[in-house]
Design a protein around this ligand. Structure first.
Ligand code: SF4
Length: 321
């Protein structure tokens, strides 16, 4: 969870995550939105997905540290905010030392949902992640960065190593200083994008007079509308709710796993402990199961005789970040 001083820094500083809006990347926001945020000292509401990210960050850092301990020292930095000047700074997830070269690096952790995780694995991570790690390398004077992309459903991650790219850093600095000089210090206003991004922007009324913008529909979207009609909006709402519940569940399941391991460690085998809060029973269990695939292959007659068939539908839900 962000501490009050970190929230204050978000008001005052252009941080790494601000580059997403500053460069007009992605489906939400624009440089003008960032300007409104700084001007109005706006803090977005904490969503379950954000909370999950904050809670899991420390676990992911420890996991990475344990599994990559032969390559890197993960340095715990108490105050993780690196300030360049009164307008520029960033909150980093950790510092690294390459054990072979002794060079310093930055650790950046991202915790997308399963849907985005799979896309990132297949198609690469979003462009603003690259900008963000280069920005942090500049702030911390580091030579490299390791991006850890973790998914809680799979309990797995992949990493991408970046070398410092001074040319790209210069380009980022130019845009950042331009924004600061013209819109933070200066009295100019950045241009807005005025497209479908505005529909979900918290400054829509102030900036775009509450206008709703039509998004160019893809063929797939048109087909879906034909199929579901008005129920499409209902499904959209249900998916948002489902996604929030699922995010909260992941955190709770992780906590449950941790508590079960601790209970298991202190409970002897073949015992039943009865306490006012409940009882703990630990026993050695022997289970027999049948390999149905093997039976089907080696004893097809038996399989045919005893198999039971029933019809059912399956529902798979893949969530977007
Ligand atoms: S309403 Fe649109 S143009 Fe205005 S700040 Fe928001 S996203 Fe940018």
């Amino acid at each position: 969870m962000l501490k009050p001083e970190q929230i204050q820094e978000r008001f005052d500083l252009i941080g790494g995550s601000d580059l997403y809006d500053l460069f007009n990347l992605g489906n939400y926001g624009c440089a003008r939105k960032l300007w409104y945020e700084k001007k109005n000292k706006y803090i977005p509401e904490m969503t379950p997905a954000m909370e999950r990210g904050f809670l899991l960050e420390d676990i992911v850092r420890r996991k990475f540290s344990e599994e990559h301990g032969d390559e890197y020292d993960v340095i715990e930095v108490d105050d993780k905010t690196f300030i360049k000047d009164e307008h520029i700074g960033g909150h980093i997830d950790g510092l690294l030392t390459d054990k072979k070269t002794g060079k310093q690096g930055v650790l950046e952790i991202k915790i997308p949902n399963l849907y985005s995780f799979k896309i990132y694995q297949k198609e690469g991570v979003p462009e603003h992640y690259t900008l963000q790690v280069q920005y942090y390398m500049w702030l911390t004077n580091s030579d490299f960065a390791v991006l850890v992309v973790f998914n809680a459903d799979k309990w797995d991650y992949f990493t991408i190593k970046y070398n410092r790219d001074d040319e790209l850093i210069e380009d980022i600095k130019e845009v950042v200083y331009d924004f600061i000089n013209n819109y933070i210090i200066g009295a100019d206003e950045p241009a807005g994008v005025y497209d479908a991004r505005c529909n979900k922007c918290p400054f829509n009324h102030e900036c775009a007079s509450g206008l709703k913008f039509e998004k160019e529909k893809t063929e797939e979207e048109k087909k879906q509308e034909e199929l579901l009609g008005e129920k499409l909006t209902e499904l959209e709402k249900l998916l948002i709710e489902y996604s929030e519940v699922k995010s909260a569940l992941v955190v709770l399941q992780e906590k449950e796993k941790e508590l079960k391991t601790k209970i298991d460690e202190i409970t002897p085998v073949d015992s039943k402990i009865v306490l006012p809060q409940g009882q703990v029973v630990k026993s050695l269990t022997h289970r027999v199961s049948l390999d149905t695939k093997k039976i089907e292959k080696e004893l097809p007659d038996v399989y045919e005789k005893y198999k039971k068939e029933k019809e059912y539908t399956t529902l798979r839900i893949y969530l977007r970040e």
